[in-house]
Design a protein around this ligand. Structure first.
Ligand code: FEO
Length: 399
C-alpha cells in the first residue's frame, strides 16, 4: 500500500503490484511480479484512466474514493480493454453509476462482450479532445498496440502521454515508481521482455503509432505497467524505436536443443570461436531449460542469433520447434542467423532449422553444420566459418 502518489499537481498514479500471479496471460513467467497502473485526474472534472486487474487491489474503489474526497467521478477513460486493466470497471460503475465511459467503437464492443455494459458511453473519434478544466486531453487511436481498440490519451496541458501497454514492463514497482527513483537496468530488461513477448508482434503498428505521436511534446509517459517516465521519457521512446524496428545490439545469442550433450558441445565450441573472433557479448541458452519468454527477449536484443538442434524423430527438438514457431509468429526481422546441430541416424534438426530460415527470409551467415555422432574437435572445426562470418556481420564487414 502506498500513500497517494502524484504524477503532477492534479494527476495521481493509482497502481497496484501483483506478486501472486505466476504467469502473465497464463503464459509468460512473472518471477518479479507485475504492476497494473492506472491514473486519476482531479480537475474541475474528474477522470479515471483505466482500472486494474480484478481482485489485484483489495480496495481499489476505496482508493479512488479517498483521492476524490467525496467528489463524483465524471469520466472513466478506457485506453485498453484487456482484463488486466478493465477488471475493476464494474466496481467503479457500481460506486459511480453516472460516470461517462470514454472509449471508441471497438472499445464498446469488447466492453459489452466482457461486462455487458452498454450505457453511459461517450464515444470519441481519433484526435477528439476533452477538457477537464486545467487539463485538456486528446485521444490518439493506436490500434494493435496491443489490441484493436487500444488508444492513448495525451494531456495537451502538461504533455503527459497515457500510453496504455506501450512502454510497459514486467516487474513490480518495489517502492520506486518513477524512472529517477530506481536502478533502470532491471526495468530495461523487463521492459524488453514485455515488449518482445506482448507487443512485439505488432511492431509495425508501434511504428505507425510513433508516426502519429511524433510531433507531440512528451514530458511524462504513464504506461499501464511498470515505471512512470518523468525524468527521461526520451530513453523509453528510444528503446521502443529500437525494438519496434528490430535493431539489435552487437551481441550474439546461441540457443540449442540437446538430448545427450552433443549439440551442447557444438554450442560451446561456436561460442568460444566467436569470442576468439572478438565478439564480447555472447549468451548461450539451453532451449529446454530457459523459458521461451526470455529467449524471445534475447533474440530481440541480439543482432546475431545462432540456433542449434539435435534431430528428434526426424524433426528438430520439440522445444526448439516451439521457439522457432514463436519467432515466426512474432515476425522477427533483421537478424544474422547461424544454424548447427547433430544427428545419429538420418537427421532432421538442421534440415528443419533451414526450413525455418527460409520461411523467415533469413540467409544463414555460413553453411549450416550438421555433425554426425560425437562432436570431436576435428568435426567441430566445420563450425569455425559460422563464427567467423557471424563476427564479420556484426562488425559490418558483410553488410
Ligand atoms: Fe496490459 Fe494488453 O494488457
Amino acid at each position: 500500500m502506498f500513500n497517494n502518489v502524484k504524477v503532477s499537481d492534479k494527476v495521481y498514479w493509482l497502481g497496484v503490484n501483483d506478486r501472486s500471479k505466476q504467469l502473465f496471460e497464463n503464459m509468460w513467467p512473472l518471477p518479479g511480479g507485475v504492476s497494473y497502473n492506472c491514473y486519476l485526474i482531479v480537475d474541475d472534472k474528474t477522470a479515471l484512466l483505466d482500472t486494474v486487474e480484478m481482485g489485484s487491489d483489495l480496495d481499489f474503489v476505496g482508493r479512488v474514493e479517498s483521492i476524490l474526497g467525496g467528489r463524483e467521478l465524471d469520466y472513466l477513460i478506457i485506453n485498453h480493454m484487456e482484463p488486466d486493466h478493465s477488471g475493476e470497471i464494474k466496481d467503479i460503475l457500481r460506486r459511480y453509476p453516472d460516470v461517462k465511459i470514454i472509449g471508441n467503437n471497438k472499445t464498446y464492443k469488447i466492453l459489452e462482450g466482457y461486462y455487458g455494459i452498454t450505457e453511459n458511453l461517450q464515444e470519441v473519434k481519433d484526435g477528439d479532445t476533452l477538457s477537464l478544466g486545467h487539463h485538456d486531453l486528446r485521444f490518439v487511436f493506436t490500434p494493435w498496440v496491443h489490441w484493436p481498440e487500444t488508444m492513448m490519451t495525451y494531456d495537451i496541458t502538461e504533455h503527459i502521454l497515457f500510453s496504455a501497454d506501450a512502454f510497459g514492463s514486467f516487474g513490480t514497482l518495489d517502492g520506486g515508481i518513477f524512472d529517477d527513483e530506481v536502478e533502470l537496468k532491471y526495468y530495461e530488461d523487463e521492459m524488453r521482455r514485455y515488449y518482445s513477448n506482448i507487443v512485439g508482434k505488432y511492431s509495425n503498428m508501434v511504428q505507425k503509432a510513433f508516426a502519429k505521436l511524433g510531433s507531440l511534446k512528451i514530458d511524462i509517459i504513464c504506461p499501464l505497467h511498470g515505471l512512470v517516465w518523468r525524468s527521461n521519457p526520451g530513453k523509453a521512446i528510444e528503446m521502443y524505436q529500437k525494438w519496434s524496428t528490430c535493431q539489435g545490439e552487437n551481441a550474439v545469442v546461441i540457443i540449442y536443443a540437446s538430448m545427450y550433450g552433443n549439440t551442447q558441445r557444438v554450442a560451446d565450441y561456436i561460442a568460444r570461436a566467436l569470442a576468439e573472433q572478438g565478439v564480447k557479448d555472447i549468451r548461450v541458452y539451453d532451449v529446454s531449460k530457459t523459458h521461451v519468454s526470455y529467449l524471445i527477449s534475447e533474440v530481440w536484443r541480439c543482432k546475431g542469433v545462432i540456433l542449434g538442434s539435435c534431430a528428434y524423430n526426424t524433426q528438430m527438438h520439440p522445444n526448439m520447434e516451439h521457439l522457432t514457431t514463436e519467432l515466426e509468429h512474432y515476425g522477427v526481422k533483421n537478424k544474422f542467423l547461424g544454424i548447427f546441430g547433430s544427428h545419429s541416424w538420418n537427421g532432421g534438426g538442421v534440415r528443419n532449422l533451414m526450413a525455418f530460415a527460409e520461411t523467415m527470409g533469413f540467409e544463414p551467415v555460413a553453411a549450416p553444420v550438421d555433425l554426425f555422432g560425437k562432436p570431436t574437435l576435428e568435426k567441430l572445426k566445420a563450425c569455425d566459418e559460422i563464427a567467423v562470418q557471424m563476427a564479420a556481420c556484426l562488425k559490418g564487414d558483410n553488410n
